[in-house]
Ligand binder design. Structure first.
Ligand SMILES: [Fe+2]
Ligand SMILES: [Fe+2]
Length: 289
């Protein structure tokens, strides 16, 4: 397990607290979509609370390059944030990232440097200006027209994932599969599979964050959310095993094992999508019941 993974694990197991060099430092975990691959990328970052929003800093410990997550945010502002809570466990939140500028940026930067002088030292090490980013949590109680839009996005993402899965199934159809794929064909198959895996992982990560807000605003949906979260965990475990299988794929006869494993992983996925749409869309459309 790498250093980052250890911090993430400790964070999740200890309600957002991490020892060692991060002892007493306010941290959040942020998950962004990889700019090139779309793969979910989770990293711990120091944060500053500012009213309802959470402010983070692209210090990269004073290196001359912005951190990867900052580039990811410039591509897609949708960020999943995990934080410790008063309930004693880490919760995940759907947020929208805004890169701050001008006086607002400078003021929050100064505040952070006063609280933690290491940040001033980071800025002195590099010529680039360290970015300051505000994470705005999703608020489903604020704007009904926005909720409707979120419902439409959910449907659009499901449609894209269904289409991607159909393409993948066609690519590994046993009727068309050759007994021993050429290395180039195997690489292409792997790329197809990974694109689907990353897309689905990202979709579920973002939904897990949005579910926290669903639970707050639509308490009658609590049993539904519990079931959906549990289904996400099952799919996530399956996808990890599938990725492991793909990392070794490429030899003769492996298309069949990829096909079998894929079907195992996505069994029940269609029902999951349908149940989610059936249960969540009426709430988003204002039909709370
Ligand atoms: Fe889901
Ligand atoms: Fe979904």
């Amino acid at each position: 397990m790498g250093w980052n993974e250890q911090i993430i694990r400790e964070f999740r197991e200890n309600n957002g607290r991490v020892g060692g060099m991060f002892e007493g430092v306010p941290l959040v975990l942020i998950t962004t979509a990889g700019a090139r691959t779309g793969r979910p990328h989770t990293t711990p970052v120091v944060c500053l609370r500012d009213s309802d929003r959470v402010v983070v800093f692209g210090s990269n410990m004073g290196k001359d390059q912005h951190p990867d997550w900052y580039h990811n945010i410039l591509g897609t502002a949708q960020v999943t944030m995990e934080t410790g809570t008063a309930e004693g466990r880490v919760k995940s939140f759907s947020t929208r990232a805004v890169v701050l500028e001008g006086e607002e940026r400078d003021q929050l930067w100064e505040q952070q440097c006063s609280l933690d002088p290491a940040f001033r030292a980071y800025q002195e090490k590099t010529a680039r200006q360290i970015p300051v980013i505000a994470l705005h949590p999703l608020d489903l109680s604020a704007d009904p027209s926005r909720n409707r839009l979120i419902g439409e996005q959910l449907l659009a993402h499901h449609r894209d994932l269904r289409a991607e899965l159909a393409r993948l199934r066609a690519a590994i159809d046993p009727a068309k599969a050759t007994p021993g794929p050429e290395p180039a064909a195997a690489a292409q198959l792997r790329a197809h599979c990974l694109a689907f895996c990353y897309g689905l992982q990202l979709h579920h990560t973002r939904e897990d964050g949005a579910f926290t807000e669903f639970e707050r605003v639509y308490p009658h949906l609590a049993p539904v959310i519990t079931r959906l979260r549990a289904e996400h965990v099952v799919v996530e475990q399956g996808l990890k095993e599938f990725e492991d299988l793909l990392s070794g794929a490429g030899a003769a006869g492996e298309v069949e094992s990829v096909r079998v494993e894929l079907e195992r992983v996505v069994a029940g996925l269609e029902q999951h999508f349908a149940y989610e749409e059936e249960q969540l869309l009426p709430a988003l459309h204002g039909d709370v019941g």
